[in-house]
Design a protein around this ligand. Sequence first.
Ligand SMILES: Nc1ncnc2c1ncn2[C@@H]1O[C@H](COP(=O)(O)OP(=O)(O)O)[C@@H](O)[C@H]1O
Ligand SMILES: [Mg+2]
Length: 221
Amino acid sequence: MKKGYFITVEGLDGSGKSTQMDLITRYLKERGRKVIVSLEPGGTSIADRIRDLLLDPQCSDMDVRTELFLYLASRAQHTSRLIIPALNRGMDVICSRYYDATIAYQGYARGLDRDFIKNANDFATYGLHPDLTIIIDIEPRQGISQAHTTKKKHNVKGKGDRMEQESLDFYRTVRKGYQAIASREKHRVKLVPFRKGAENLFHDIQKVLDEFFRNKEEPPL
Ligand SMILES: Nc1ncnc2c1ncn2[C@@H]1O[C@H](COP(=O)(O)OP(=O)(O)O)[C@@H](O)[C@H]1O
Ligand SMILES: [Mg+2]
């Protein structure tokens, strides 16, 4: 029986997901909850090896369907071995990117059949759905520039990973995809406009979290 909450954070690269995940973790821990933080693709040793393939710039010749199945393979491993067992132990899981990313990137931006992806997602996740999804909505140019800043901070050279080598138009379509998901699934998905300053942005995200917990039958642990 699933006891913890499953919260996913979505948005373009550089939108501030990692930064907000830290603040969301702090919020949950202050409420006495036990939290596991994870990310996709990856999250377990097998999934991390799939991640390496997906992000390797040397794999530039990857077919879009190969890409889709690798994301799904990573997700199946991550969900079955890490996420579901943690939720069953009563831990909350916060994950950077989950199945909405596949709809936005491989569905909207790569143009693969979205109904097929939805079914494949359900299969890969064993039917698990996030209780809450926060999408950070950022203008792609700004996202790219911030992702670049992260690289500089970590002294990473080169043109970025395979997914980061896409065009501005590609990211515009990903963004539209995320916006479409948010307008279709208003109950689960909350679109939060990017704001400069991590604490400013978190101010808006905290409102979403407060609202989420207000609507729970059981109060936070
Ligand atoms: N709200 C914000 N305002 C200004 N800069 C931010 C904000 N959030 C994150 N950053 C910076 O932008 C870069 C990308 O943030 P990060 O959290 O790594 O994004 P993501 O995980 O979505 O790629 C980092 O250098 C981070 O310090
Ligand atoms: Mg990140």
